[in-house]
Ligand binder design. Structure first.
Ligand SMILES: Cc1cc2nc3c(=O)[nH]c(=O)nc-3n(C[C@H](O)[C@H](O)[C@H](O)COP(=O)(O)OP(=O)(O)OC[C@H]3O[C@@H](n4cnc5c(N)ncnc54)[C@H](O)[C@@H]3O)c2cc1C
Length: 314
């Protein structure tokens, strides 16, 4: 059977004709915390539910790869780029509704998690402080079941609204429907999370702000700054990836502009000269070293986009 070559010019033109905001070959470095990587072949910005529906009716997601992007804080895009449609949310998806009386929050999927944490705290809504140290978006937090400081998204999520780009219908799903586990949900790669309903609790803003300050301080003391994507590998059951990396002697290892952090060995930091290939090679090199030294094959938490073997990972 002849499979027609992917005509991304035609895809971009169809999106533009449908009234969507489209860019060709947008530099992915501007959209990820690693700040490196190649072009996103077709970037579509969606600012309202109707845009998402329009995208769904314009593009055949069986034929064109899709990457829904949050704040790119868990993504490494290959230097060759991503040959598909990258979807970036803004506009209506940046809204935040806070109900001080019940502690419930409805957050648009593009809301940065630190903003969610700080605005909730200031409004006297507690329980969401842990998000302050996670530089992702609400959509990314749902997809990844992001968490820290003893809590995760599964504990606070009530429900999400999403659109699957295959069907174009808006669906509401409860937290239980998403089968949230350690850095896992059952959301497909073609589902766009629109917003999330979260359960905080009425609390004293001063106490909330104090907890936020503590978390920020802890992060400063224990995690490196600079360009990174947080934990590169998930923790194997009963152990910590950082400990295993240290045990393998890889702490401080460098490939090109990418280095295993001396402060936290499961964080790999990229300098301004780093390419995505440097980071990728370091990921594979450390994975091999840990396997050789300990027998444990670490699984990347970092999502590898546009690499030949990305399918084999988390
Ligand atoms: C300094 C630093 C510290 C970190 N600390 C933590 C931590 O403590 N705990 C933790 O869990 N993570 C941590 N991370 C990793 C990262 O912030 C989380 O995985 C976060 O949830 C990713 O959100 P994002 O918006 O950046 O998603 P992206 O990286 O853009 O995407 C990640 C995944 O989510 C999907 N996605 C994003 N938005 C949507 C949407 N609207 N609809 C559907 N799917 C979507 C993407 O398709 C992709 O599969 C850290 C990262 C950094 C840089």
């Amino acid at each position: 059977m002849n499979i027609p070559a992917l005509d991304l010019d035609a895809v971009a033109a169809a999106c533009a004709r449908a009234g969507l905001r489209v860019e060709r070959d947008a530099p992915s470095a501007a959209f990820t915390t690693y700040r490196c990587g190649g072009p996103l072949a077709v970037l579509v910005r969606v600012g309202a539910v109707d845009d998402v529906r329009t995208l769904a009716s314009t593009v055949d997601v069986q034929a064109v790869p899709v990457l829904v992007m949050g704040r790119g804080s868990n993504l490494l895009v290959a230097d060759a780029g991503f040959r598909g449609i990258a979807v970036v949310l803004d506009g209506a998806f940046e809204g935040l509704e806070l109900d001080r009386a019940t502690g419930e929050v409805v957050a648009g999927s593009a809301v940065p998690l630190p903003v969610l944490a700080r605005r909730s705290a200031a409004a006297g809504i507690g329980g969401l402080e842990f998000y302050v140290g996670i530089p992702g978006s609400v959509g990314g937090a749902v997809r990844m079941n992001a968490g820290g400081h003893g809590r995760d998204t599964a504990e606070v999520l009530i429900s999400v609204r999403g659109v699957d780009l295959g069907s174009g219908t808006v669906e509401e799903r409860t937290a239980a429907d998403l089968e949230l586990g350690y850095r896992h949900s059952n959301l497909s790669g073609t589902t766009v999370v629109l917003d999330a309903r979260l359960a905080g609790r009425p609390d004293d803003p001063e106490l909330c702000n104090a907890r936020i300050a503590q978390i920020v301080q802890w992060r400063r003391e224990h995690q490196p700054g600079g360009q990174n994507a947080g934990s590169v590998f998930t923790n194997p059951v009963g152990d910590a990836a950082g400990r295993l990396i240290e045990a393998s002697g890889a702490k401080g290892a460098r490939i090109g502009g990418a280095v295993v952090s001396e402060k936290h060995a499961n964080f790999f930091v990229a300098d301004d000269t780093a390419t995505a290939t440097d980071v990728y090679r370091l990921v594979r090199d450390v994975q091999r070293r840990v396997a050789d030294a300990t027998g444990v094959v670490l699984v990347p938490e970092l999502q590898l986009i546009g690499f030949d073997d990305e399918a084999g990972d988390a």
